[in-house]
Design a protein around this ligand. Sequence first.
Ligand code: ADP
Ligand code: AMP
Length: 217
Amino acid sequence: MRIVLLGAPGAGKGTQCKRIVEKYGLLHLSSGDILRQQRAEGTELGKKAQSYMDSGALVPDELIVEMMAGAISRIPDGGYVLDGFPRTVNQAQELDKALSADGQKIDAVLNLEIDDSIVASRMTGRRSCPQCGGVYHIENLKPAVEGKCDKDGADLTQRPDDSLEIVENRLKIYHQQTKPVVDYYKNSSTVYDIDAGKDADEVSALVFVKLGELVEV
Ligand code: ADP
Ligand code: AMP
């Protein structure tokens, strides 16, 4: 299965991807995680991406498409879930071109629908584990011990781009540039709209029903 997860920043894409991966054994490719890794390693790409990410802007399409096409081509076999990519119609078109050159296509798109008012508090309350990438929330999905990762005990950190000021910019950009990607896929793929305003377990249940239908086909 090749799946794309769409939704505003903070809608819960990463959280649901981790659960999909556990259940279906797919690979999780998050463009944001790959970019943060590139920055941590101090690569050229990481340096180029830095100022865009810090202001909440999108990194230019050509850099992202090359990065993600490369990551996808290194997946040996089987399926994957894309998280945070594509984020513009141009990226979606480029992805389709790259896949069709190999006789492949996206099998399903899960569109996590959520209100801006909820999403802002999800982002400002997000905490992440710098070691394993685990994601928590200070109110909704708390770790067992405050400020520590359940898996490895590392100190949880807050993403610099999750400050209220930057969050507002990211949401504006989502509506301008990423929302049209949903319509792009509605013309070419199966898009499942999911109510992502529910609690995380309820959202997972909705996601698994849809993916279950797909597996049976
Ligand atoms: P995205 O990958 O779409 O940016 P995340 O999966 O990182 O979003 O989730 C954003 C924040 O919201 C995190 O702090 C996460 O723990 C929390 N979260 C995710 N899904 C839910 C949910 N259904 N209800 C409440 N909080 C959630
Ligand atoms: P995320 O972790 O998905 O919230 O992404 C964090 C930041 O990385 C975004 O605000 C963008 O600056 C950048 N980014 C991630 N994915 C993309 C993408 N597909 N296109 C452009 N920029 C991206």
